[in-house]
Design a protein. Structure first.
Length: 117
């Protein structure tokens, strides 16, 4: 799994690259995000350990039936581990970055890990 994560980090999609630019270095409310982070048998596009939040940036392939089934299994696994999942379309990141950041910030506020503090 670590090899997949490393490979994914080396060739991000344009939307993943844009999201990373917005999230890296604690730019969003001081929260640290990791990109292409292994979590069990899956790799989260972006993961905030402190908030137990995984962000998945989805392209067109994610609307296909086979991929929807894989995504559902991944989301279920994350939820079983106490991780909230936020799925956003590529277009939101690329064309509406303020809306993307607002959705992430809202998800951070709803995170079970954040409510415990």
């Amino acid at each position: 799994m670590f090899q997949n994560a490393s490979r994914f980090r080396e060739s991000p999609t344009p939307a993943e690259e844009a999201a990373w630019h917005l999230l890296r270095n604690r730019k969003l409310v001081g929260m640290k995000f990791r990109r292409q982070c292994p979590v069990g048998k899956f790799v989260a596009d972006f993961y905030c350990v402190e908030a137990a939040l995984a962000i998945e940036v989805d392209g067109g392939v994610h609307s296909q039936a086979a991929q929807l089934k894989k995504d559902a299994a991944k989301d279920s696994f994350f939820r079983q581990k106490g991780i909230q999942v936020l799925r956003v379309p590529n277009g939101m990141v690329l064309e509406h970055s303020e809306e993307f950041l607002k959705r992430v910030q809202d998800a951070l506020g709803k995170s079970p890990a954040r409510r415990l503090r």
